[in-house]
Design a protein around this ligand. Structure first.
Ligand code: ZN
Ligand code: ZN
Length: 174
């Protein structure tokens, strides 16, 4: 990587598109584009998973980066504000993060209450519901969130059976 005279030049040099956008967001906010922030953002942008802070921390450790949890949290906060990354609360007692660069940027989630596996799906029906509320209530939908909790196929195959408590409050059995 060639050295530019400004952090802007350094960040834009061969960086993935989302990393460049994040760099631009930081500069617009008057915040420095630090290598630590870039490293955290890179982990999120390069993953197709719904990452916890622990996941991000261990991914950073694998690449030899030593970045404290406080910096990770702060960077994730900035990523969410930039709208490049979405934050999820799947009832596990911590947040998960995914970037919005995916092949299907609008998708919903199924969460297994046994193994916490998150599966994405798309739903045309939800667009119809949005159109209906728009027609019926004059409400303009901007975004939405649908999470379906249940038992994934792998867990069913492994003989796991749903308990009533699991359906009512997944957080308690995870
Ligand atoms: Zn499962
Ligand atoms: Zn997702």
């Amino acid at each position: 990587m060639s050295q530019g005279s400004t952090s802007a030049a350094r960040t834009d040099e061969g960086a993935p598109p989302f990393l460049r956008l994040f760099g631009r967001y930081l500069r617009d906010q008057g915040l420095p584009v630090t290598s630590q922030r870039e490293a955290v953002a890179r982990v999120v942008f390069e993953s197709d998973d719904h990452l916890s802070v622990d996941d991000i921390e261990s991914a950073l450790r694998e690449t030899g980066e030593r970045i404290g949890k406080a910096t990770i949290y702060r960077t994730l906060d900035l990523l969410v504000r930039s709208r490049l990354v979405e934050e999820h609360d799947f009832g596990e007692g911590f947040k998960r993060y995914e970037h919005r660069l995916s092949n299907h940027p609008v998708h919903e989630h199924m969460i297994c209450v046994e193994c916490a596996t998150v599966t994405e799906f798309e739903s045309d029906e939800l667009y119809k519901i949005e159109n209906r509320v728009r027609a019926e209530y004059g409400f303009i939908p901007v975004r939405r969130r649908l999470e379906i909790y249940g038992l994934c196929e792998a867990c069913q195959d492994a003989g796991v059976e749903l308990t009533t408590e699991g359906l009512i409050c997944p957080i308690e059995i995870i």
